[in-house]
Ligand binder design. Structure first.
Ligand code: AHR
Length: 502
């Protein structure tokens, strides 16, 4: 079986915004406590942050990090998380049925971000709070001094403003599980009011309105239309969230999850552009795909759930999915989907980063290691530079129960006009057959293959675990060869591949 694609650097989709390689840290389970922060750990620094985790986050190459939730933010009082630690209240976290100690808050997290070299993206609570509290937080973070709240920040040890640029107006407000869940109309109104007020305080910020929690919500499509009708002039982005999992042993459909992501993105773009026409605006709304991943949600609803009026644990083990090769292949293909839409997806956050549906795992007092999903993220973040290119892709197809007939191979290429470097990312969804792909790279001029690495395994369910943390990794793909403008490479069954050219 074979597939063919043509790379032409003239056919750009759009410039790749580094924010597409964002992450997400929620106060959830062992993400913050016993994840990034473990004061007693052998690698802990002077602030109690695990150095081994810091190194892995740097290696992953994460741009902007969304914080502090997620569902958590809809019950969060930001004031709890600043000021002297011994005075910070312990609070019930209703979203995850846990206790939040507030030991780590805005200041500490921001210091951790400096260590990992990422930018802060904050979400305000529009579930149980409103415009005033959002304004207070913005004053605290972005006003240099001379007011009560900016002075409070200075008194709390931070002289310079945090200067937070990107703000989410609540989280998943379309979801019935969300504290303060609203109708599209009600949410659209409060989002518009809050956005206007926040911009009055700081016109330089960028704002994200909540889109749908998935393309399969009953309100999908109409939610975006109504919310954007209220907020079109006030925001810069509409969010998308999507999680995929293998259901009922249907690996064929699972491997094609990115087809759903493609359709999701294209539908939201169409809806946003429809509203643009209706409101008569010149402006374009982009997508902030600020939660995406493989997540075995069904498992969470089954065994993980914490219950009981007297049972509110601190940092319980929650959502600790252990990812397989197949999961990582789907994950890599989701990154391909994001890049294919680089013209409109200009921000994205991998949900999440450490321990909680995460590429990085830790054991208290023990090691930190890379899950299978770590590799496609790290390689894509490192190699995808410049612009995403439109490919002419010819691929055999297969039939899936969930998405109909889909291509077996999917791919995206990127090209950096300044350096001449290019990269191609490919997925083979065929469960049994390798596929040879020929790629016409003559448009790139005299390039060489710098590297070609593939993630695949005879056991598609192989995983990295505490007992065997390096079971799965990237392998050099020795089949890659380039002659007279044609790159040929064999993609093993169920695999994800990154090729660097330059
Ligand atoms: O990432 C886990 C949860 O998924 C987030 O808290 C929520 O926004 C989404 O439903």
């Amino acid at each position: 079986t074979s597939a063919h694609l043509t790379i032409d650097p003239h056919f750009t989709v759009g410039a790749i915004d580094r924010r597409v390689f964002g992450g997400f840290v929620e106060h959830l389970g062992r993400h913050v406590y016993d994840g990034i922060y473990e004061p007693g750990h052998a690698t802990a620094d002077e602030e109690g942050f695990r150095r081994d985790v810091i190194e892995l986050v740097k290696e992953l190459g994460v741009s902007t990090i969304r914080y502090p939730g997620g569902n958590f933010v809809s019950g969060f009082r930001w004031e709890d998380s600043v000021g002297p630690r011994e005075e910070r209240p312990r609070r019930l976290d209703l979203a995850w049925h846990s206790t939040e100690t507030n030991e780590i808050g805005l200041h500490e997290f921001s210091s951790w971000l400096e260590k990992v070299g990422s930018e802060l993206m904050l979400a305000v609570n529009l579930g149980t709070r409103g415009t005033l509290e959002a304004l207070d937080l913005l004053e605290y973070t972005n006003i240099a001094g001379g007011t009560s709240l900016s002075q409070r920040r200075i008194d709390n040890g931070r002289t310079d403003a945090f200067g937070v640029k990107m703000w989410c107006l609540g989280n998943e407000m379309d979801g019935p599980w969300q504290l303060g869940h609203r109708s599209a109309d009600d949410y659209g109104k409060i989002a518009s009011q809050t956005a206007k007020a926040m911009r009055q305080l700081d016109p330089s910020i960028q704002l994200v309105a909540c889109g749908s929690s998935s393309a399969h919500m009953p309100t999908f499509g109409e939610w975006e239309r109504v919310v954007l009708t209220h907020t079109y002039d006030d925001v810069d982005y509409i969010s998308c969230h999507a999680y995929y999992e293998e259901k009922n042993g249907d690996l064929d459909s699972f491997l094609a999850s990115a087809v759903d992501m493609d359709r999701f993105i294209e539908t939201v773009v169409a809806t946003a552009d429809h509203v643009r026409a209706v409101v008569g605006s010149e402006k374009t709304i982009d997508i902030s795909f600020d939660e995406w991943n493989v997540w075995y949600i069904d498992r969470y609803h089954g065994v993980d759930k914490i219950e009981g009026i007297d049972n509110w644990p601190v940092a319980p083990r929650l959502l600790e999915d252990v990812y397989s090769v197949a999961d990582a292949v789907v994950f890599g293909s989701l990154m391909i989907s994001l890049l294919k839409h680089a013209d409109r997806v200009t921000s994205a956050s991998l949900a999440q980063l450490v321990n909680v549906i995460a590429p990085i795992m830790t054991e208290p007092g023990g090691p930190a290691w890379r899950q299978t999903t770590f590799f496609p993220f790290a390689l894509t973040s490192r190699l995808a530079k410049g612009s995403a290119l439109e490919l002419k892709l010819e691929s055999p197809t297969y039939e899936t129960e969930a998405y109909g007939v889909v291509p077996q191979v999917d791919a995206v290429a990127t090209h950096d006009a300044e350096t001449g470097e290019a990269a191609v990312f490919l997925v083979n969804r065929n469960r049994t057959e390798p596929i040879t792909v020929t790629i016409d790279v003559s448009g790139l001029g005299a390039v060489q293959v710098r590297s070609a690495d593939t993630l695949a395994d005879d056991d598609v369910y192989a995983k990295n675990t505490l007992a065997d943390p390096e079971r799965v990794g990237m392998q050099v793909n020795h089949s890659a060869s380039l002659a007279v403008g044609t790159l040929t490479i064999e993609l093993p069954p169920v695999s994800w591949t990154a090729v660097s050219l330059g």
